[in-house]
Design a protein around this ligand. Structure first.
Ligand SMILES: Cc1cc2nc3c(=O)[nH]c(=O)nc-3n(C[C@H](O)[C@H](O)[C@H](O)COP(=O)(O)O)c2cc1C
Length: 370
């Protein structure tokens, strides 16, 4: 897939999950392979211009984390333009504009989904950014405010005219939050509205099959995966291979899952320092554990850990604790294998998430409307 001047190694992108898709996470995913394009968590344009400490941490880069874009939000054209220049100076390969983040504070200042209701103003803001930088400017958004206002196709035409290089579309409206089904017809309408630029479909992709289905049904050039990458960091590698060959590679073993989780924690400690790194990792480790089979004991322990030694102790105890769930070779008995997650758009009509595996959960926190 081509994005602006770049030929990506795969048509799979990481969708930003604020608080999760930080540099340690992205490096972990890069190591596993299959990821063609990554985007940082959203960064307030003004905070970046003020060189706010947290903003600078959000835009931290590493040579192994390329190509990547920094995602900006804000509604003041000059700030967005100047912040885009900063992104370029920092060495990012792209700037992504958050237009579909309906979190209250973002909507309040005129960014996020509110932007989609004001096409002309938005076009001017984006034009200013595109003119100020050489790197591609991309946009991430939802289908619109609600079902009666599916504005994304109109917006895409305007954005393409002012020079946006790619669109990432979450197939839900702001009113939907994270509920209901991802609207593949809505994504298709966005794909059809774009003349030449690639459109990445997004929402609920939790398996290679779901990625292929979204591409087949919508004609999107690729998919962006957010929560699915947390649930299964191997998803990019396995999906890239599946799309290329039609063959589904086996799931990673528990040993491999634990190796990668440990490396992920090490990166947290290198990046944030051990005290903060371990504390922040309390919300990451349980995501790995979702694929361990029975892991209640491990989850209870890791949400309280304060040192790396606590993590190692929890792991050692977990390996003992899980023995009754395994056969004599140490393999998890079939009845304890975790049920696969089924993407909302892969479920037969009328079937709820409860009937067919779980829906992809939204992590706890003030994120109901991302
Ligand atoms: C915890 C959380 C944080 C998110 N943060 C952002 C963000 O910073 N910028 C953004 O554009 N979207 C954000 N989103 C939306 C995701 O990028 C994505 O569009 C959405 O989760 C649907 O894709 P998924 O089902 O693959 O996760 C966030 C979603 C969640 C659950």
């Amino acid at each position: 897939m081509r994005l602006g001047p770049y030929e990506l190694t795969s048509n799979l992108a990481l969708a930003p999950l604020a608080g999760y898709t930080n540099l340690p996470m992205r490096l972990t995913l890069r190591e596993l392979g299959g990821l063609g394009w990554a985007v940082t968590d959203l960064v307030n344009a003004r905070s970046l211009l003020e060189r706010n400490r947290n903003a600078l941490r959000l835009v931290a880069r590493h040579p192994d984390d390329q190509p990547m874009a920094i995602q900006l939000f804000g509604a003041v054209p000059e700030e967005m333009r100047d912040a885009a220049v900063v992104c370029q100076e920092l060495g990012a390969q792209g700037v992504d504009i958050n237009m579909g983040c309906p979190v209250h504070k973002v909507v309040k200042i005129g960014g996020g989904s509110a932007m989609m209701t004001e096409l002309t103003k938005t076009a001017a803001l984006v034009r200013g950014m595109v003119a100020a930088v050489k790197i591609p400017v991309t946009v991430k958004m939802r289908l619109g405010w609600d079902d009666a206002n599916l504005t994304a196709p109109d917006l895409v035409r305007v954005l393409e005219d002012v020079g946006v290089a790619a669109i990432c579309i979450h197939g839900r409206t702001r009113a939907q939050g994270f509920g209901g089904t991802v609207n593949l017809a809505g994504i298709r309408a966005v794909v059809q509205a774009a003349r030449a630029i690639p459109v990445l479909g997004n929402g609920d992709v939790t398996s290679p099959e779901a990625a292929r289905h979204m591409i087949a049904e919508t004609g999107c050039a690729g998919v962006a995966i957010g929560r699915g990458a947390f649930y299964d960091p191997w998803i990019f590698r396995r999906t890239a291979e599946y799309l290329r060959t039609g063959e589904l590679a086996p799931e990673p073993s528990l040993t491999e899952r634990v190796r990668v989780m440990r490396r992920h924690l090490e990166r947290y400690c290198e990046f944030y320092g051990e005290e903060t790194g371990v504390k922040f990792f309390r919300k990451v480790a349980p995501w790995y554990a979702r694929r361990f089979g029975p892991a209640k004991m491990f989850k209870q322990r890791v949400v309280k850990m304060t040192t790396r030694a606590d993590f190692e102790a929890a792991l050692a105890e977990f390996f003992e604790w899980r023995k009754p769930f395994c056969d004599e070779r140490g393999e998890l008995l079939a009845k304890y294998q975790p049920a696969p997650l089924t993407a909302s758009f892969m479920r037969p009509a009328g079937e709820s998430a409860g009937d067919a595996g779980q829906a992809i959960p939204v992590p706890k926190g003030p994120v109901e409307f991302w």
